[in-house]
Design a protein around this ligand. Structure first.
Ligand code: ACO
Length: 330
């Protein structure tokens, strides 16, 4: 069974409720139809009920098994606005601002999750990553013990001879522009956990750099050295090494020549990029040039299941991220 079919099947067994706030987008409606037809999750669509029903009809989809809530008209709006105002008034939020913001499906959807009326939320087909993340940060917040939310992609190409079972997990490709050493260490540990949970393999984590174990020097290399030290300190059982160049991390012959004593070089299945420029460009290069499937971004470190999409996503990508979100829900 393929990786994504496995995700969908596992999600179906949990039957979580996922809110999709961008119901005006055709891909979201197609994905919702596919999710309901295959029993992957229960779906709540946010928006005008009449318009959604019309658009579903045009696509030949029924409203059966779909819940539609209009944030503009919802009886929850007042309660949600009060909750949001109370939690943000120390930041200067006023009651009228809070009420206006709760008309925004992203914030309303995040509040459905926070209140336990939905298990998770998936958005970002229309909204920017920044907007989806801000709704998540402000309303759902970070998980206990987490300092930052970050992300990873499971890059899948079954015929790959690198990584494990045709998969390599890339972090962080979507959230933190310039992580410091402490943040990079947390990203590595969280990405390893996500890889273990979703891919089912024991992570071997390469902390990427333009230097392999001292072949080059500079502030950026020092950051990766310090982050690797912190990962080893905080997660002593995790297989991690760095700094490693990408070829030394993935290619056995290069790994054994450049880092012969490394437990990870040449066999990494999780790679951690030093910053968001590298991570975001890196995953898109592999997706487009190697024609690999990019499953994600998967957010990690959020208190509840909130996930972002790339605006270039397909309906199929949305179904995959909904399945992952369902699997992340407790
Ligand atoms: N983890 C947890 N909380 C965070 C994080 C984080 N990584 N970043 C910001 N926050 C918190 C802030 O502390 C703040 O909390 P507060 O309001 O309670 O004080 C809140 O989130 C909002 O902070 P802002 O200042 O509004 O947000 P900021 O300007 O820091 O932006 C953001 C955060 C949106 C994640 C920004 O770093 C960003 O835009 N990142 C890049 C996103 C992106 O464009 N990715 C590439 C495209 S994605 C793709 O291709 C798949």
């Amino acid at each position: 069974m393929s990786f994504v079919d496995d995700l969908r099947e596992k999600a179906a067994k949990k039957m979580k409720t996922i809110v999709l706030p961008e119901a005006a987008d055709e891909r979201m409606l197609k994905a919702a139809g596919q999710i309901c037809a295959n029993g992957i999750a229960s779906i709540i669509l946010l928006g005008n009920a009449e318009t959604i029903s019309e658009n579903l009809g045009t696509l030949g989809l029924s409203t059966e098994n779909l819940t539609v809530i209009d944030p503009e008209l919802s009886t929850y709006r007042l309660e949600f606005s009060r909750h949001y105002f109370e939690s943000r008034k120390h930041k200067g939020m006023t009651e009228s601002e809070a009420e206006k913001i709760m008309g925004d499906p992203l914030f309303f959807g995040a509040m459905l999750v926070q209140k336990g009326m939905a298990d998770g939320m998936v958005a970002g087909a229309v909204n920017s990553t920044g907007n989806v993340l801000r709704a998540g940060f402000q309303i759902v917040g970070t998980a206990a013990g987490s300092n930052i939310v970050s992300s990873c992609f499971v890059m899948v190409k079954p015929e790959w001879e690198f990584g494990e079972n045709g998969m390599i997990v890339f972090g962080d490709c979507a959230v933190n522009p310039q992580p410091n050493a402490e943040q990079l260490a947390e990203i590595a540990i969280d990405t390893a956990s996500t890889a273990r949970a979703l891919c089912g393999f024991e992570p071997k984590v390469a902390m990427l750099s333009y230097s392999t174990l001292g072949s080059g020097s500079g502030d950026d290399v020092d950051k990766v050295i310090e982050a690797t030290r912190l990962v080893k300190e905080k997660a002593p059982n995790l297989m991690v090494d760095g700094p490693l160049q990408l070829d030394a991390a993935l290619v056995p012959s290069v790994g054994s020549s450049k880092a012969p004593d490394s437990p990870v070089a040449g066999q990494a299945n999780v790679v951690i990029f030093p910053d968001l420029d590298a991570g975001n460009i890196g995953y898109k290069l592999v997706q487009r040039l190697a024609n690999a499937e990019a499953v994600g971004p998967v957010l990690q470190g959020m208190a509840k299941g909130v996930n972002d999409l790339s605006r270039g996503c397909s309906a199929d990508d949305i179904v995959n991220v909904v399945a992952i979100t369902a699997l992340q829900c407790k």
